[in-house]
Design a protein around this ligand. Structure first.
Ligand code: KG4
Ligand code: ZN
Length: 337
């Protein structure tokens, strides 16, 4: 079964053709990083406009690269939530138009579910159930993946997402957007013990996270050093920040895996590209004898191949939408329209 998948939830316009959920026949990504860099972050109105300009060409290229026409396809999958509403609407409306004109079924795909599904492409042997740490620019969740389409949220952030925290910390350190990526690069040789940053404690659920205090601590460290005329080592402060985020993510994931009896762990989302998080997760899973699954780096960030992967399982689960399909800025991973 061949699915054309479309993704436009944030600042990448992407299309892909994926066969049977696991085989990527093509994957095209038009990144908007250059447009947003001068603003230090994604400007939603610019993102929507750029998606509108790019989407037609990106979809044509995906079909061309896969050497297929609409007649070879079985369905059209599209990210409908969560994300920037104006950006999502571009992909959703384009997919609706294609579905109407070709008669192909329209499959709505949740963005975080698709991040998890990136692992099915990298690891063809992976099947639920497993525990997944989903960490992106907008979300930080520990999720029990009960089946391809059934999820239980075990832990979540109470405030900022892990990616958002690192983006803001990077910005305070004067690093260009996209912050998390640049923070990772500059911190590789830093000494994480050079700065003491707080490990937030969250009352209530022992699996929840809180990252807004960490971001404030980084900003205050820089501010205090400036006032005293002291030099800040950006690689060291960056390494301390990443280590703290990784500490919280790894600690809670391990706790959840032990409590819920998971021995198969996966990472997903843009932050799963972080070198320190990958290394820490690998070390702890080796120590515990657990299997660890991580998407290859090219599938960690937003792309449409992962939408095609999840779209396949949503389609098998009879999750097909009509032309009334809408986009939603927020939507819990355990809900589906
Ligand atoms: O999943 P994603 O591409 O978009 C959202 O759905 O949000 O995640 C983007 C987030 C951004 O916060 C970005 O800075 C972060 O992932 N990120 C990283 C790395 N690569 C991307 N954070 C830390 N280290 C990285 N290597
Ligand atoms: Zn994403």
């Amino acid at each position: 079964m061949k699915i054309l998948a479309i993704e436009s939830s944030c600042d990448e316009t992407a299309a892909a053709v994926v066969e049977d959920g696991r085989k990527v026949l093509s994957s095209v990504i038009a990144s908007q990083v250059k447009e947003h860099i001068v603003y230090g972050g994604v400007v939603p109105e610019i993102a929507s406009r750029m998606h509108t300009q790019a989407i037609s060409g990106v979809v044509s290229k995906a079909l061309e690269d896969a050497k297929v026409t609409y007649g070879d396809l079985d369905a059209i999958a599209v990210t409908y939530a969560p994300g920037l509403i104006g950006a999502l609407l571009v992909g959703v409306n384009f997919a609706k138009g294609l579905s109407y004109s070709t008669g192909l079924p329209l499959v709505p795909v949740h963005h975080l579910r698709s991040h998890i599904a990136a692992n099915y492409i990298t690891h063809p042997e992976l099947e639920p159930p497993f525990l997944c740490l989903v960490v992106s620019g907008g979300h930080s969740h520990i999720v029990a993946v009960n089946s391809y389409t059934d999820f239980t949220i075990i832990g979540r952030t109470r405030d900022d997402a892990a990616g958002e925290c690192m983006d803001k910390a990077a910005r305070a350190m004067g690093l260009p957007y996209p912050g998390g990526v640049n923070l990772d690069r500059i911190s590789v040789d830093g000494d994480p013990s050079a700065y003491k940053l707080p490990r937030p404690h969250v009352d209530g659920s022992e699996y929840d996270f809180s990252f807004s205090g960490l971001k404030t601590a980084v900003v205050n460290t820089i501010h205090n050093a400036k006032q005293k005329g002291l030099e800040i080592s950006i690689p060291d402060l960056g390494a301390a920040c990443i280590e703290t985020v990784a500490d919280c993510l790894v600690k809670n994931t391990v706790k959840a895996a032990e409590e819920y009896g998971f021995k198969k762990i996966a990472l997903a989302g843009g932050v799963s590209a972080n070198s320190r998080l990958r290394a820490r997760m690998k070390a702890v899973c080796e120590e515990k004898g657990w299997e660890l699954y991580m998407p290859e780096l090219s599938l960690c960030g937003d792309n449409a191949a992962m939408v095609g992967a999840q779209g396949y399982y949503e389609f098998l689960n009879k999750n097909v939408a009509g032309l009334e399909l809408n986009a939603y800025a927020t939507m819990p991973i355990d809900e589906q329209i």
